[in-house]
Write a protein that binds this ligand. Sequence first.
Ligand SMILES: [Zn+2]
Length: 91
Amino acid sequence: MKIITITGLGLQFDAGQLRPGTPEHQAELAIKRINGLLQIDPFALGAQIFNTQNPLQVIEVCSECGHESIEFVLCPDGAEICNDCFKQGNH
Ligand SMILES: [Zn+2]
């Protein structure tokens, strides 16, 4: 059987949904969770996600402005947005 591998594919997910932790740890958990779901879905083509870079390359992006950020602020409603959006009252 021939296998097709897509390289350079990005994966995006909502942070903090599984367990708090570093972005890298959350990314590893997300890959495991998605692969678990793919294994039980008969229409998933036998697909799996795997990391091709070591260490894992992750970025954190603000869901309000879409910009990559280093500093996030936890809002009273539980949303995490970048410090710039927080200062501008964008949430
Ligand atoms: Zn922002």
